[in-house]
Design a protein around this ligand. Structure first.
Ligand code: SAM
Length: 273
């Protein structure tokens, strides 16, 4: 079956007819609900506390309804006005914004306690216009996502990468933006049931909490450690050395606000939850 991303840009693919078909498809609703439930589990939100979440590619609000059902508040963005119209007709509880995630998320820094995205991210890997550059759009998206999340919070993005290159592109872009985290693959041995979640941590550490592992039939992999860095010539150096060289360069450039060297530079920090 051909992928919807190959058919038309999302704002055209999810037209009035498709949006109404999508909402009425009970199987689709069930899948989106199950995926959202799992994403919420991977977000590891604090118990008995309502959080404020961002739903990226919120569509008709099926994922949002599950967020509300679990006692959280949410805001959704989507590129398709028709999907958003259906969400409005459904009377969803979240606030809705008509936005293209490839152009960045323009909310205030640290607004959200977490973010999730169900079956939307793969759309960003396509260039639907001459002006579209998937790498630039992914970078813009992840950088703005990092900004709008509170430190120590997570983003869980379930998506359908088409190739290993796409997967790599997405992971590299998330890393560049400063995220740590990893991928969780449910049912890795079933081509049909396999589901991939990018679990991103907004903070300096690259760890996953232990209870993420072992849920369902999952395999967990970590994103490449940000502890090792490369010089312009490709030589691998430690983060501490990287910081030292950067400060040295800045001092040579005559910058005055360079922090003094410290034995704590580049140290491992604990993520606060
Ligand atoms: C499969 S639907 C998922 C909908 C949603 N999770 C739900 O439960 O209803 C994917 C959604 O991603 C949205 N999308 C695709 N590309 C996007 C972009 N660049 N910016 C924002 N939304 C996008 C589509 O318009 C569509 O509504």
């Amino acid at each position: 079956m051909s992928r919807p991303e190959h058919t038309a840009p999302p704002e055209l693919y999810y037209n009035e007819r498709e949006a109404s078909k999508y909402q009425q498809n009970s199987r689709m609703r069930e899948i989106q609900t199950v995926l959202t439930r799992r994403a919420l589990e991977l977000l590891c939100l604090p118990d008995r506390k309502s959080c404020f979440l961002l739903d990226i590619g919120c569509g008709t609000g099926i994922s949002g309804e599950e967020i509300s059902a679990q006692g959280h508040y949410w805001t959704g963005i989507d590129i398709s006005p028709h999907m958003l119209n259906v969400a409005l007709e459904q009377g969803v509880e979240g606030d809705l914004f008509w936005r293209d995630m490839g152009q960045g998320l323009n909310f205030r820094a640290g607004t959200f306690d977490g973010a999730l995205s169900i079956s939307a991210l793969q759309w960003l890997c396509n260039a639907d216009r001459k002006s579209h550059n998937p790498i630039k759009r992914l970078n813009c998206f992840f950088q703005s996502l990092y900004k709008v999340l509170s430190r120590g919070s997570r983003a869980v993005l379930q998506f359908y990468p088409e190739t290993a290159e796409q997967m790599n592109l997405i992971i590299q872009s998330a890393l560049r933006a400063g995220f740590g985290g990893g991928t969780v693959v449910d049912y890795p041995n079933s081509s049909k049931a396999k589901k991939i979640y990018l679990v991103l941590i907004c903070g300096p550490e690259t760890v996953l909490l232990p209870h993420v592992e072992g849920l369902m039939d999952s395999s967990v992999s970590y994103l490449a450690s940000k502890k090792a860095k490369r010089t312009a010539k490709g030589q691998r150096i430690t983060l501490k050395e990287f910081i030292r060289r950067k400060k040295e360069r800045q001092r040579k450039q005559g910058r005055i606000a360079v922090r003094p060297d410290s034995k704590y530079s580049g140290r491992k920090r604990r993520v606060k939850w």
